[in-house]
Design a protein around this ligand. Structure first.
Ligand code: PMP
Length: 312
């Protein structure tokens, strides 16, 4: 009999038809909808892989508490998986992450510790490190920023799924950057399958951005798993662009998305427009990491043009 954990992965790939009307017929943009994972985001994949790896290596024993720093989705995934496998989960997150995320983690029974919002995700990383070092025997720290099981989960699942679902015709792969696990793992698999596939990182254009879940790598603690040799290109995306495209995805494509989907979509359209100018065909696949419900009370959906009736 299957458990909820067996539903992780094999997320659908859908074509975006309305926001691409200005493009020629030989250019397609597909979104891989990671919201269909049971925890609601792409992070179910690495969370399960890191926990499984911990169990297999003997580092995660039944008496240990799973501890990590997370801006939210990994926390939700760890909390959900912890509930299924009977582990206690303790999460450190910046105090300003959306209220919905905090409530979801608590609903799965996780214990939350808040770090200084002004220090962002780096503050949460340092606080989790302090807690771990003070009492390391008590904890299992998956450490998503440095754990090779994070990109490996994508190398073993996200990448093969994209290859399979496009019948090997994918030409460009786009992922936004948080820990970089999605980009690095999926990119490795796709490059190995066909070295011509362009691997593209969609990155916030400044250290002070409002795209939840993402990192501006140059100005952050660089994740140990980050491998700059995997991507061919990085496209900087502003918070305004990411928000605008997030709103348009709901209005035009019926996809209520998190802001990092808007970020990936902005990059996908830039790539598509470049290919159009060059007169070339393209099958662009963008990762859409989660859905919009968790962000309804945040700036991206409050007081925007939807409320002004422009969507009627
Ligand atoms: N979007 C959202 C909403 C996320 O939570 C994350 C993970 N922090 C990402 C994108 C980036 O994924 P990754 O950590 O694999 O780079």
């Amino acid at each position: 009999m299957a458990t909820i954990l067996d539903l992780i992965g094999n997320t659908p790939l859908v074509e975006l038809k309305n926001m691409t009307k200005h493009l020629p017929d030989n250019i397609h943009i597909y979104a891989k909808l990671e919201r269909f994972n049971p925890g609601g985001s792409v992070k179910d994949r690495p969370a399960l892989c890191m926990i499984q790896d911990g169990i297999d290596s003997g580092k995660l024993t039944p008496d240990k508490i799973i501890l990590d720093s997370t801006s939210g989705n990994t926390g939700i995934a760890l909390a959900m998986i912890g509930a299924v496998l009977n582990y206690k989960v303790r999460l450190v997150m910046p105090g300003n992450v959306s209220d919905e995320r905090k409530r979801i983690c608590r609903a799965y029974g996780a214990d939350l510790i808040f770090s200084d919002p002004l220090e962002g995700s780096d503050g949460a990383i340092l606080e989790a490190r302090r807690i771990y070092e003070a009492d390391s025997d008590r904890y299992f720290k998956p450490d998503q920023y440095n754990n090779p099981a994070n990109p490996r989960s994508h190398e073993e699942s996200t990448g093969p799924e994209i290859w399979r679902d496009t019948d090997g015709t994918v030409t460009h792969f786009i992922a936004s950057l948080g820990t970089s696990g999605t980009l690095v793992g999926t990119g490795r698999f796709l490059k190995r399958s066909n070295p011509d596939i362009q691997i593209i990182a969609a990155e916030p254009d400044s250290p002070f951005h409002g795209i939840e879940g993402l990192k501006h790598i140059e100005s952050s603690i660089v994740p140990g798993i980050y491998d700059a040799s995997v991507h061919d290109q990085k496209i900087p995306i502003s918070t305004e662009e990411a928000y605008d495209f997030t709103q348009q995805l709901a209005l035009q494509e019926g996809l209520l998305c998190g802001q990092s989907c808007g970020c990936a979509m902005a990059a996908a359209l830039k790539v598509a427009e470049t290919m159009m100018k060059q007169g070339q065909a393209a099958n662009i696949v963008a990762i859409f990491p989660d859905s919009g419900e968790k962000y309804l009370t945040t700036a991206v959906f409050s007081g925007n043009r939807m409320m002004d009736g422009a969507g009627i």
